[in-house]
Design a binder for this molecule. Sequence first.
Ligand SMILES: [Zn+2]
Length: 764
Amino acid sequence: MIRPSTVAFAAVVLTAPSVSAQAVPTPLQHFGFEMGEHRKLADWDQLTSYYESLARGSDRVTVDTLGMTTVGLPFVMLTITSAENHARLDELHDIQMRLADPRLVSGDEELERLLDQGKTVALITHGIHATEVGSSQMAARLAHRLATATDERTLDILDNVILLQIPSLNPDGLQWVATWYNEHVGTEYEAAPLPWLYQFYVGHDNNRDWYAFTQEETIHTVVGAHNAWHPQIVHDIHQMGSDGARIFFPPYIEPWEPNIDPALTASVNQLGSYMAAELTAQGKPGVVVNAQYDAFTPARAYMHYHGAARILSETASAAMATPITVTPDRLGPGRNFNAAERSWNFPHPWEGGDWGLPDIVDYMEAGALALLTNAAKNRRYWLESFHGINQRAVDKWEEWPDAWIIPAGQENEPGVKYALRILAMGDVEVRRAEAAFQADGMAYESGSYVVPMNQPWASFANTMLEVQHYPDLREYPGGPPQRPYDVTAHTLGYLLDFEAVAVDGMPEVSLSDPISPPDFDFRLPSHLSGGDAPRIAMYKSWQEPMEAGWTRWVFDKHRMPYDTLHDADIQGGALAGYDVLVVQSQSPGSIMEGFEQGSVPPEYAGGLGPAGADAVRTFVEGGGRLVAVEESTEWVVDLLDLGVRDITSTLPVTDFYIPGSILRLELDAGTEVGEGTSGELAAWYWRSSRAYEVTDPAVQVVARYGSGDPLLSGWVLGGEHVAGQPAILTAEVGTGSVVLFGFQPNYRAQTLGTWPLLFNALRP
Ligand SMILES: [Zn+2]
């Protein structure tokens, strides 16, 4: 027991780092349990109050609220470093900003001073995926350790590293999951899944938003952490399935996106390997590197275009906070390793057995400490490497054009604005030409935008504006394609339907200061507002797919009036009050059956069922408009007995594979759905997309995938199978009608080019 008088005395005589054990509560004191106990989850209210008390009690910790979440909770970041560093944080920040932009460094002497005095800045982000419960619990334990420990390793970290810690990238989801779990722990529904998306709009896709910046949490992180500090290292902590390795660290598998500086690839390799080595040396089995995860899409890797190494870790999951037993027979081949066999990248296999939250939190904390140790021990290397990466960008890579030009006066002004917002929020310097000019023999109007490519974050601009040529990777020569971890294309010009031109030779014209990110003006088409607007319903399953959530986001941003209808609403006859029903991409089985009885509390079990399906059929036959996308079109075709078939469903993956690419779309602008668009657009095609064969005279083809080679950006295997084939269909059914989208008209809120098609489809 510590008597108050003793603590008060100790606080007076201790020199920095001064830590008052009385003032800084342990997690056990604050929460009533240790972080990472079986079946115990702290919620966001408890966690934020803990971080406030850490900041009050420790001169190593400050806590800032970067903004509010989608649902309205505080989104916080801790800054953890030694008391001495905190006292000169502005100066250390200034050093970091100069290393980030070598144009601000006056010469070798100043550079030497910056490298000598600067600190490694590491950002650790926790809990973006709320059902991966370990990392936001671990966050509190890590913060407490760094706030209080006095061992040499911790002091070395605090002296040499400025840690920015975002203890939850998704507080809304954390609060929902903890509440849900705590409500059901000890009941038959202890391991029941949360029956709604754990980020209000986009669920798991909140980790696919790192260049479109659509969600509040993404914006706070990019503005308040990445752009405010430009860290050298970013560690994002996740969980994966239960049946493989216990933890993954980089190196990643191929491919790496080609605009990422080679020194970053190498630094990711060394840091991930070091972390794996530390954990393995500690006797922790099951550590794998160079498996499963690639480094291609910027949707997960903002930092790779902003000078920072991205260290993803993925720890094996339990059943949320409930322990599980993994029998050895469940451990088998994974991507680039075998969980049952020793190999160079998996030197100490885990043999199976019990696994739970205490293990998860231990592995995660060991990973984070290894990362911080590397950041501290190699401080000088991290700073030199960071400066070098940014210097090479400022010198401009030979492969890059001298500038990108976004011409003024484009037809699709909203697309241009959306792109300018993305580039400027990505800290790219975008300047406005103050007069007309010529570049590469072409004339450009005054007011055109110029992105000079000799600037620190030019790699971000280049990857967003150029066309992607994803490598044709196979499991073995002539074998099936190697599945990309995510998608293969992100060319903004196609997604947003505007023109950007790469030019050689800097345009000779006076340019403005860099623009700020413009606000995007979401303009609702006139037929969807006012008294004559159709009454629109959006189907919301208890297994709501992310595509539906992204669509709600687009509708909400446009302030479009609509209601969401659950299975019970539709079964109860609610469709009578609507003109249009939207069903986003969802498998027929999931629509009809939903969660199995007994797997979730009864009010969330079951799907639309025969009664709901009948109600939808009656709605359409009686004059309603049903809009379906990708997978749900299969359900609609069956429900209404349309003569339509997905021609891609029978093709083997060795013949046909499009895992997330941009295709040319040819459409009939004279139709209702194509109205107001040009005859050619870009269509987002991925694994759930389809191309149709139509054998029903009542079905009209509104759009087809491009004839010839339909690929615009990304990777297509067997493009000839969809070339020229139907992509959007309409059909009259009774006195109503359906619109079937074979591709995704609203891919992650990025396909502004095809939003008009979706809005056009919303007509009675
Ligand atoms: Zn995750």
